[in-house]
Design a protein around this ligand. Structure first.
Ligand SMILES: [Mg+2]
Length: 373
């Protein structure tokens, strides 16, 4: 492909990551240094098989302990601090950080990707904050000064490039930038497993086709990738050339509550049906409660599960006759409908997997106060 860079959108996008976020939050709360102290956050300190959810940079560097390690692998030394995860606390800090971003750019320019990663679009802020590199430095210092938390920032003309340059370069050096022109030099040598969006399964398929780096994908053919992977293959090919046409600003109207959702990453193995259903019902309750709080009712309940280890997942939705904001009705429709069937059908596949992302989404399609209970 001969890429005409002049036709591509050149936005100024930052991908911001909070370094070892949970561990850093614990450091701040316990008077420790996020960069110098040895800190591990686990799901449950009393279970030796507990999964490490975050480890401070020193812990990774000197002991090889990282996210996904087990508690029994963590050496018991006086200078190593082990904390139980406090997700509510981390979410609160995360929201405060988003608030800080909103002092730099408008709301539509912020896209929160996860509890510790966000994209922000700087287009039009040059006079206020200078070049993207200068803005990145300012934001980084603001996060450090206000919260005592270390962060890293990738800079690119679109979300894909900013995310990959973050993962591959900025996580080591703090801030890193990549332009379209630099894609062949900076991104093509990167092994596929380090590329955002390529899971281990996809990597294996690509390896079998003789592709090992992003450059191999770029120099393969669009036709071949499309035939093998469909639209995903097509997207991968364009990504390999640094092309990502996803919109740099979010539609603020999407946030005017068309739907209410709640998701959870489970902290340990869940494989018994009743345990899984308990989680599902808790999520239903939370979603229904939030619906009532904003005085809305919904008819469609969606449910999706993502398995650990890039094993895929499934998605189901069901529309009920009468709109509801009742937990019981949401639950009943989940359990009676296809959704519960899907849970059962899929359940045997859950054995032996460590973590799942459960996501229940209750789409609120109507706001009719009369229906409120
Ligand atoms: Mg992080």
């Amino acid at each position: 492909m001969l890429l005409d860079i002049s036709c591509l959108p050149k936005n100024k996008i930052l991908c911001i990551d909070m370094k070892s976020f949970y561990a850093s939050c614990e450091c701040v709360d316990h008077g420790l240094d996020p960069l110098e102290d040895y800190v591990v956050v686990v799901s449950d300190k009393n279970r030796s098989g507990s999964v490490v959810l975050a480890a401070s940079p020193k812990m990774k560097q000197d002991y090889g302990i990282k996210t996904g390690s087990r508690l029994y692998e963590v050496p018991r030394r006086r200078h190593i601090h082990i904390f139980n995860a406090r997700m509510k606390q981390y979410l609160e800090v995360s929201m405060k950080i988003t608030k800080l971003f909103s002092t730099f750019v408008p709301f539509e320019a912020i896209l929160t990707y996860s509890v510790d990663e966000s994209w922000i679009t700087l287009d039009g802020t040059e006079k206020l904050h200078g070049s993207p590199m200068e803005a990145a430095q300012k934001i980084r210092s603001a996060i450090w000064n206000q919260f005592g938390l270390p962060s890293c920032i990738g800079i690119g003309p679109n979300r894909f490039i900013s995310k990959v340059v973050l993962d591959v370069y900025a996580k080591k050096q703090g801030v890193a930038e990549c332009t379209y022109e630099e894609v062949p030099k900076k991104l093509w040598p990167v092994p596929l497993r380090e590329i955002w969006g390529i899971g281990s399964r996809m990597e294996k398929h690509l390896n079998n086709m003789g592709m090992y780096t992003l450059g191999d994908v770029a120099n393969s053919s669009l036709d071949r990738l499309r035939k093998r992977f469909g639209v995903i293959g097509e997207q991968l090919y364009y990504h390999a050339w640094g092309v990502d046409l996803s919109p740099p600003f979010i539609d603020a109207r999407a946030f005017s509550q068309k739907s209410i959702g709640k998701g959870i990453t489970l902290l340990r193995d869940y494989w018994r049906e009743n345990e899984i259903l308990t989680v599902v019902l808790e999520l239903c309750e939370e979603v229904a409660k939030r619906a009532r709080e904003i005085r809305k009712v919904g008819r469609t309940v969606s449910f999706s599960v993502r398995y650990s280890h890039n094993e895929g997942g499934f998605h189901q939705s069901i529309t009920i006759d009468t709109a509801t904001s009742s937990r019981c009705k949401a639950e009943r429709s989940m359990l009676k409908g296809n959704i519960a069937g899907t849970v059962r059908l899929e359940q045997p596949r859950w054995y032996g997997l460590h973590r799942y992302l459960l996501h229940v989404l209750c789409c609120i399609l109507m706001h009719n106060f009369e229906f409120l209970l």
